[in-house]
Design a protein around this ligand. Structure first.
Ligand SMILES: Nc1ncnc2c1ncn2[C@@H]1O[C@H](COP(=O)(O)OP(=O)(O)OP(=O)(O)O)[C@@H](O)[C@H]1O
Length: 499
């Protein structure tokens, strides 16, 4: 490749956070019309590198070139003006503002005349931005807080695309999107490529990366490892380069038997709540019960209702002893744990330490009378953070400073430490790298063999099929099918019940 085709180049990028060396001399190259995938284990430096390119934070040292010229943006506005936009891993929007104000946050002056904001013009332009990315069903004048998690992400996509970027950076966004949202994003990437623009795409899904990207750059522990062109893509090789050792491809359960225990530990009795309609099921002891469907089928609400977060309009959620679960307090009293898909907002206290997050559900266990024993807390956190291999500087580090996958591990560590008997896991491996993913599946099998029960909600059908004793498919808020593990399930069969 001649320098001519080169759009962006980084050289010798270094970045440390205290004792953590997030980037150790990373250089990458991005060509015009290229979709470049970035892959690496949790904490390998992907978000750090791309957020420096998008000027969200500065590097400690290193050089960047855009179209052959030194590129030294002082803030995100300047990066935007130079054609670089980034869609963040977690929430980058404000609930209290309208969709339009979120799209034009910081750019309100585009719609100001003599100091007065022309809301109608702003709404019109925002609607055009939404329509242009295929999210025309989202209304620009709505408050953002009224949208679901997936649609909020699309607002961010519309905001980025309104800037007509030359380089779009997509950081682990597809796992936050519905199928429809993913298709929208893939279309955008393909269109950019056709127009000679470029994309940096971060994902943990190797199949997705191999399909979408032209080139893959692999990072490990803040170090550049290798770059592969499409014709050299090989899943086994990519995994090996990422982790530094061979990783088995098949990490799901190998048995084909369903659990036979009939003891009911949790049930829903004709529950209707928001988009859920007339849901009845029983979860048994020692069972993994999978829920699958399209992102808007109601399965994410189901998890929240089962934990008592959302009150049913009709029907009841019952614990095994027949008592009603009407609040998270009731749920925790019955040893029920819940991990939401909406990780940073609902599963974690990101502005608190790792220690507080892991201990917060277990203070009863860690206290004696009114006293909390710091040493007991430290040992507790050490044990569970170790079990999940959380990459951190120390127990007192803020959760917001962790990489995405390590945040997810903190959420899991909290509930494992709590000693829950029932786990409601909504997209538990979201953003988690393949090495740790297999540990989480092994952990789920172990919990099951200890007689614990799991509700696994996931948009990844292979995960649901691979791990569940029984699978329930939801469609438009209703149960459309129920299958046992031994039924020889395939994705194709289940998709027929989803759409
Ligand atoms: N603001 C910060 N303060 C302290 N440490 C940080 C901060 N941001 C990132 N780090 C650390 O830098 C390292 C690299 O993190 P980064 O988010 O770049 O990883 P990643 O490859 O994007 O991971 P993931 O796949 O989990 O999203 C991690 O150890 C992380 O904890």
């Amino acid at each position: 490749m001649g320098e001519q085709g080169l759009l962006l180049k980084t050289e010798e990028m270094y970045k440390s956070f205290g004792i953590t060396k997030a980037l150790k001399g990373v250089g990458i190259e991005l060509r015009r019309g290229q979709i470049l995938g970035l892959i690496g284990e949790n904490g390998s430096g992907k978000s750090t590198l791309t957020s420096i390119v998008a000027a969200i934070q500065p590097a400690d040292s290193g050089k960047m070139y855009l179209e052959g010229q030194p590129y030294e943006p002082s803030d995100t506005m300047e990066a935007n003006e130079k054609g670089i936009c980034m869609i963040l891993q977690e929430k980058g929007t404000f609930d209290a503002l309208t969709v339009a104000k979120n799209i034009f946050v910081g750019k309100e002056n585009l719609f100001c005349k003599k100091g007065i904001l022309d809301n109608r013009a702003m709404n019109r332009a925002a609607q055009e931005a939404l329509d242009a990315v295929g999210a025309d069903y989202i209304r620009a004048s709505m408050p953002l807080g009224a949208l679901n998690f997936e649609d909020r992400k699309l607002v961010e996509v519309a905001r980025a695309m309104y800037m007509k970027p030359k380089i779009l950076i997509v950081d682990e966004t597809t796992t936050a999107l519905s199928r429809n949202g993913r298709d929208i994003l893939y279309e955008i990437m393909k269109k950019m490529k056709k127009e000679g623009k470029s994309v940096i795409f971060i994902s943990h899904d190797i199949d997705e990366l191999m399909e979408i990207c032209d080139t893959l750059t692999i990072l490990r522990d803040g170090v550049y490892i290798d770059t592969l062109e499409k014709e050299k893509f090989d899943a086994g090789m990519i995994r090996k380069l990422m982790v530094g050792r061979e990783v088995a491809e098949n990490y799901y359960r190998s048995d084909c038997e369903s659990s036979k225990n009939k003891e009911v530990v949790l049930s829903m009795d004709h529950v209707s709540a928001r988009e859920l309609k007339d849901i009845t099921f029983e979860l048994h002891k020692g069972e993994i019960l999978g829920f699958g469907g399209l992102a808007d089928c109601g399965m994410h609400i189901l998890g929240s209702v089962a934990f008592g977060n959302i009150e049913p309009d009709l029907g009841r959620v019952l614990a095994g002893d027949g008592s009603i679960i009407a609040s998270p307090r009731d749920a925790m009293g019955r040893k029920i744990a819940y991990i939401s898909k909406n990780r940073d907002q609902e599963s974690l206290m990101v502005a608190s330490s790792i220690r507080d997050n892991i201990c917060c559900a277990s203070y009863n266990k860690l206290s004696q009378g009114p006293f909390l024993w710091p040493k007991a807390q430290d040992a507790f956190v050490d044990r569970w953070a170790g079990e999940l291999e959380i990459k951190m500087q120390g127990l007192y580090q803020y959760v917001m400073e962790l990489s995405g996958g390590n945040k997810q591990k903190v959420a899991l560590a909290k509930w494992l430490g709590f000693g829950a008997d029932i786990f409601i896991l909504d997209c538990p491996t979201r953003g988690i790298d393949i090495g740790v993913k297999s540990n989480i599946y092994a952990l789920m099998e172990e919990l099951r063999s200890q007689g614990k029960s799991i509700i696994l909600i996931s948009e990844e059908l292979p995960e649901v099929i691979g791990m569940s004793d029984r699978t329930i498919i939801l469609k438009d808020g209703r149960i459309s099918g129920e299958f046992k593990r031994e039924d020889g399930l395939t994705e194709t069969l289940l998709i027929d019940y989803m759409v």
